[in-house]
Design a protein around this ligand. Structure first.
Ligand code: GP9
Ligand code: MN
Length: 441
């Protein structure tokens, strides 16, 4: 164990990316609101269907002068889907190559995660809002290990009428509007996460929740593809309502709001039906195109923040150091394998959970012959590595870096190594301190 931990510490110290002083502490003491946009992919941004924008509010936010938006930000989840995305954002470590880290190890492992770090370093109160039952993905155990003060699950919400919920929980608009009464009572500054769910497979929005703004879904051969645009449109409108609430309540003025898409909504098998809507011929659709659709939105919005669309390559593993640095918290001593997206030394090699990866110029995907295919991002063409030994050597070097990063993370998680390492000034989290039982209803 000694050597394992030594290797991990060596790795994080070698790969540490120091914060850019322009951004460090920009959001110091602000509330931090994380909005988890379920199954929301980047291609939706700015897209029109039947002449109408799918996500008009999020589009305006994306282009807002106070939003830092990313257009080369990738999801990096495996089978753990939502829970993997949460794992990365909260802990700075990946989910597992198989299964869900939340349900297998997250219930017992030691964490040094966002709620505890922000709570201990800067007095943040932390809370999660989610309209599903608390045991889904073992959240009610995992959040205690992360040091979340509150978890407002389905039992905290009153709207239990027949049509208030769908398969994975309460409809977003109902969950978000009813969260207000709890959010307003949280001691500030708070770190609050809202996990939306209506834009979830199979993307079938009930008639009564459809907008009356004339939006009509596309008409492809696949109903799941068509429905995706309708539920995304609903999610967009629920975000508009939520932002309006934040403004009306005054919380907006002292909050940094972070939005991200957790993972794909449409799977590779559905992408050929989606292709024509994106301007592609379904017959030409290939694995490179699939990998491009792993992009999800990442936006940081705050009054006074200098916005713009940032083309830096990165992924979900990079969010925690980015946010902590904005909050003015040093990350050097924490075991996090991503790097601050705003740092001059941020690594732009984006590792997918299956060891495929993307760099600003190339996309490298395992092929069925046990080797890998290298695509040129700009042209989408396959690169012939046999004619370019220099590039071939680089690809091998990048692949080693990707493998190492995932392996370091897996070692920490599989061996529960954080129980042997407590950063100076950090107090281990005692999950017994937290109870999420609802005593209100
Ligand atoms: C359910 C939700 C969905 O509570 O967060 O998880 P997913 O199926 O996307 O992993
Ligand atoms: Mn999800």
């Amino acid at each position: 164990v000694g050597t394992d931990m030594d290797n991990v510490l060596q790795y994080t110290s070698d790969h540490y990316a120091s914060p850019d002083p322009t951004y460090f502490g920009k959001a110091k003491g602000k509330n931090i609101i994380i909005i988890h946009l379920e199954s929301f992919q980047q291609f939706l941004m700015g897209m029109k269907v039947n002449g109408q924008e799918v996500t008009p509010f999020l589009n305006s936010l994306y282009n807002d002068k106070n939003t830092m938006s990313y257009d080369n930000f990738y999801h990096e989840v495996g089978q753990g889907k939502t829970s993997d995305a949460e794992t990365m954002l909260e802990s700075g470590l990946y989910g597992l190559p198989e299964g869900s880290f939340f349900t297998s190890l997250g219930t017992s492992n030691t964490f040094q995660a966002a709620p505890a770090i922000l709570g201990q370093k800067d007095g943040y109160t932390s809370a999660v809002f989610h309209g599903n039952i608390g045991s889904f993905w073992s959240r009610n155990d995992v959040y205690k290990n992360m040091g979340y003060n509150y978890f407002f699950d389905e039992s905290y919400f009153n709207q239990k009428t027949d049509n208030a919920s769908m398969e994975y929980g309460m409809k977003d608009k109902l969950m978000l509007s009813e969260s207000a009464k709890y959010l307003e009572q949280l001691q500030q500054p708070f770190y609050a996460k809202f996990i939306t769910v209506t834009n979830h497979y199979p993307f079938s929005l009930p008639e009564e929740d459809m907008s009356n703004d004339g939006f009509t879904k596309p008409d492809t051969n696949d109903n799941v593809v068509n429905g995706y645009f309708e539920t995304a449109h609903y999610l967009d409108s629920s975000m508009q309502e939520f932002f309006q609430y934040l403004k009306d309540s005054g919380l907006y003025d002292n909050s940094m709001i972070v939005l991200y898409g957790d993972h794909y909504g449409l799977s590779n098998s559905q992408n050929p039906d989606l292709a024509p809507l994106l301007g592609y011929n379904a017959d030409d659709w290939n694995n490179f195109n699939n990998s491009q659709l792993q992009r999800v939105p990442f936006m940081i919005h705050m009054k006074g923040l200098k916005g713009g669309v940032n083309h830096t390559y990165g992924g979900e593993i990079d969010v925690l150091p980015t946010i902590l640095h904005l909050a003015g918290i040093n990350t050097k001593q924490y075991i996090q394998v991503g790097t601050d997206l705003l740092s001059k030394s941020h690594s732009q090699i984006v590792a997918f959970r299956n060891k495929n990866f993307v760099t600003p110029n190339y996309t490298v995907l395992k092929n069925s012959n046990g080797g890998h295919d290298v695509y040129n991002n700009r042209t989408g063409e396959l690169v012939d590595l046999s004619t370019d030994p220099a590039l071939s050597a680089k690809v091998d070097k990048w692949q080693d870096a990707v493998n190492q990063k995932l392996q370091i993370s897996d070692t920490v998680n599989n061996k529960n190594l954080l129980r042997f390492y407590t950063p100076t000034g950090f107090m281990p989290v005692d999950p017994k301190q937290y109870s999420y039982q609802n005593q209100i209803n």
